[in-house]
Design a protein around this ligand. Sequence first.
Ligand SMILES: Cc1ncc(C[n+]2csc(CCOP(=O)(O)OP(=O)(O)O)c2C)c(N)n1
Length: 311
Amino acid sequence: MMIASPNSFTITHQLAEHFYAQMLLIRQTEQQFLELFAQGKLNGTVHTCIGQESSAVAVVNAMDTQRDIIFSNHRAHGHFLAYCGDVEGLLAEVLGREGAVCGGIGGTQHLHAGNLYTNGIQGGIAPCATGAALAEKMKRSGAITTVFLGDGTMGQGAVYESMNIAALWQLPILFVLEDNGIAQSTPKQQEHAGDLSTRAQTFGIQTFTADSFDVLALHQTTVAAVGLVRQQQCPAFLVVNCYRLGPHSKGDDTRSPEELAAVEQRDPLRQLELQIDPEQRQLIQQSVQQRIQAAVQDVLGRPFISREGKE
Ligand SMILES: Cc1ncc(C[n+]2csc(CCOP(=O)(O)OP(=O)(O)O)c2C)c(N)n1
């Protein structure tokens, strides 16, 4: 199911409601994953983007999802759901059930739907995205490519090789840095010298900066960055300052409860909630909750995917 293009929203409050519904869907789907894990129904691990949903929603909605290409990483559920909204396909993928969006082979980190591709190898997606941008430029399709990177991933050489070639060949690609200040358990300051937000400037790539706490403002900044990439057929760098409210995956959060509690006060989902008409808010909450409950019940009732004869 493709989500309606935000271009059809002319009134800010309609856009806010649309974003709220998407952010809530992402939040509650991921909370469901954690719950299913705790119940022993979900094997392996999941990396949730709880607290960072606004980045996925603001960026994906600035793109033309009919033709643009998105590459994402290990923390991909938000990008995936903002792109296609397929809760059932994602749940089935993570739970290894029939109807899984990638046949149950990709799991949480390796998702594919339409023009969206995700991969858990840090930095490995940057050259792939750059190649896709080159292909679209050669085809003169007008499509652009976006690639999501974490601050820890900015330590990978392949990211800079990709920026270099994207600038040299003027490729239509938006590098999005979701800077949540930590890579698993390593704070940014212990890992990187200098300022990550100025990295792309050395390649002559224009940089846009916003934070995730105001999804509407972040969306506006992204629209400007996407416009530049599409019109000028050149790369751009968008730095999204954000904060992960959950652990890296599970039980591996080294940040203090005080630090987390302070940032929870600024939770982007709650900030947006305050801007939504209470009646409308309740309707959205009910609809998202029903959707997720029905999806969980449906998917848990499906058979496991059989690998018999496929090895
Ligand atoms: C090449 C590679 N090295 C190590 C890992 C293990 N790993 C998974 S996520 C992660 C941290 C990533 O941090 P960051 O890029 O800041 O993204 P975030 O998790 O904060 O979203 C690491 C080291 C990996 N997936 N790929």
